[in-house]
Design a binder for this molecule. Structure first.
Ligand code: RP5
Length: 168
């Protein structure tokens, strides 16, 4: 996209199955984004360049996903003043090293950490941040919240009706 507001970066294309839902959620809200494969370990210079240039390129938020040692989110947060949201990528053969790595940032370098594989929530948090200065995005987010609320209320109404019919 030409004017991305959110940069989604990940350590490997093998993270795409998890991180793709961040892009999908942003698309649903019409938020322009870009997806890049950037590794803290395999392409450290590119990681630094991306983080250092992100704000001047017009990005407002960075979502960074990585598994294992997962240095990408924290190191990116160290090299930009933009809000950075970490998505710890968790596979069956992993322990919880990625989330522990992200939540142990030193004082002075803030990093928002999502649940393991929480790429959708990362996108929603990015949308909330953007909504602070963008009424159109705020309106879409409010509609999303209302739709989610109605769906739960409808399920509750249905569950009560089903339960009552079971008792008869
Ligand atoms: C991490 O190591 C990457 O983010 C990915 O989660 C994992 C494995 O990468 P590949 O070997 O599949 O490219 O740094």
């Amino acid at each position: 996209m030409s004017n991305p507001l959110v940069g989604i970066i990940m350590g490997s294309d093998s993270d795409l199955d998890i991180m793709g839902s961040a892009a999908k959620t942003l698309e649903e809200f019409g938020v322009e984004n870009e997806v890049r494969i950037i590794s803290a370990h395999r392409t450290p210079a590119e990681m630094a360049e991306y983080a250092q240039q992100a704000a001047s390129r017009g990005l407002k938020v960075i979502i960074a996903g990585a598994g294992g040692s997962a240095h990408l989110p924290g190191m990116t947060a160290s090299d930009t003043d933009l809000p950075v949201i970490a998505v710890p990528v968790k596979r069956d053969h992993h322990g919880h090293e990625a989330i522990y790595s992200s939540i142990k940032m030193p004082p002075g370098i803030p990093l928002a950490v999502m649940p393991e594989n929480g790429a959708k929530n990362a996108a929603l948090l990015a949308i909330r941040i953007l909504a602070l200065g963008n009424p159109a995005i705020a309106e879409k987010y409010a509609a999303f919240v209302e739709k989610q609320r109605s769906e739960v209320i409808n399920k509750d109404t249905q569950a009560q009706a089903d339960w009552e019919s079971l008792l008869k």
